[in-house]
Design a binder for this molecule. Structure first.
Ligand code: OGA
Ligand code: MN
Length: 294
């Protein structure tokens, strides 16, 4: 049976129905998902019932799983497998975290515009975030289309930034929130990674901005100039016409392309509601798409 793809926005977000992600996908359905993912960059799969294994198994269609950054965080205990990024406001025992919890301060970074794992080598490709339980108020996720944002830049700005290299680190985004207490092991694990500010998507040839609050330096620019440029570009890219807000329903799985989107979480009362989200992210391999769709 053919899957159903319903656009949520004209070019950026679509919902996918008549598909069951808990079982291996027939090749034709996988092809349709890949095509939709090239055209849009965010896909929403409502009403999925997934175990951790089923979630990871769907993700593996899009490359090798990355390991959650939590394994490199001093003193952090995992609630589930290390291939899952635990986005819940829960501690390792499944209780709502404490106001002063270090994990809470760290996860606050998800409220800043970013793209997943831009600070890793290899960087993040597809993220799949699955809602096991949601907050009844707030806790939405916003997505920005970095292809459209590139297209919408003035020519002079395109010329100015093409070829610039940003340095990405988790420590840079956390520093923006005033969080600077890192252990020596974390400082080594989170050493900056260099990435171009502008990139091209292999399968569509489209160019896009590659920005994140993880950027703390731009090579060849003074820190002040870099910071001013970065905030100007992020402000441009997150104008309303480039942004979609996803309002979660329980058992939505949302997948996005980290190469050409930014996202951020919105506020909710995280000391009151259990918002239990699991994310699987795969590693970027520039030629993976070309190989697997042959
Ligand atoms: C993520 C993320 C935001 C949210 O899962 O990578 O940034 O709304 N999530 O939970
Ligand atoms: Mn994220």
């Amino acid at each position: 049976m053919s899957i159903t793809i319903v656009p949520v926005t004209e070019h950026f977000v679509a919902e996918v129905g008549d598909i069951d992600l808990s079982a291996p996908l027939p090749p034709e359905q996988l092809r349709q998902v890949r095509d939709a993912f090239t055209r849009y960059a965010v896909l929403v799969f409502p009403g999925q019932t997934l175990s951790v294994e089923q979630h990871l198994s769907f993700a593996s269609n899009f490359g090798p799983h990355e390991t959650t950054v939590a394994v490199q965080m001093s003193g952090r205990k995992l609630r589930t497998r290390q291939e899952i990024a635990d986005i819940a406001n829960l501690d390792a025992d499944g209780q709502i975290w404490n106001q002063k919890s270090r994990t809470r301060m760290f996860q606050m970074g998800n409220r800043l515009w970013h793209t997943d794992s831009s600070f890793k080598e290899p960087t993040g490709y597809v993220s799949m975030l699955y809602a096991r339980s949601i907050a009844p108020i707030g806790g939405h996720t916003e997505f920005a289309d970095m292809r459209a944002a590139w297209d919408g830049l003035p020519d002079a700005m395109k010329v100015r930034i093409d070829g610039l290299i940003g340095e990405h680190s988790l420590m840079f985004s956390r520093r923006r929130l005033g969080f600077t207490e890192f252990s020596d092991a974390e400082r080594i694990a989170f050493a900056p990674v260099a990435r171009p500010l502008v990139r091209t998507l292999a399968e569509s040839g489209r160019r896009n901005l590659y920005l994140a609050s993880h950027i703390g330096r731009i090579r060849g620019l003074e820190d002040e100039t870099a910071e001013a440029l970065l905030s100007e570009l992020i402000a441009h890219a997150t104008q309303r016409q480039f942004v979609h807000t996803h309002r979660w329903r329980e058992h939505d799985l949302v997948m996005w392309d980290n190469r050409c989107t930014m996202h951020r979480g919105t506020e909710f009362d995280d000391l009151r509601w259990r918002r239990d989200m699991h994310r699987a992210t795969t590693e970027d391999q520039p030629d993976l798409f070309a190989i697997s769709t042959e």
